[in-house]
Write a new protein. Sequence first.
Length: 77
Amino acid sequence: MRIQVKDTAQLNELIIIKGFNKTEFGKEIHLSNPMTVQITNGDRSPSPRTAKRMCEVLECEWNELFEIVRASEAVAK
């Protein structure tokens, strides 16, 4: 199983609404800038801990931003 961003546009809008650019957001969630960009673009899955930190910093519920994709569902897509 892996964690997937539901809607990257929504995530990126929320980052801006909260007053961050991606570099600042990455520092706030303790990630490198390249990793932050990959996650916010949907190219990489966050770890459970990172997903939780992202929600804490953005002050939102986990279900608003992420979903869990089972391996069988990922192959089918």
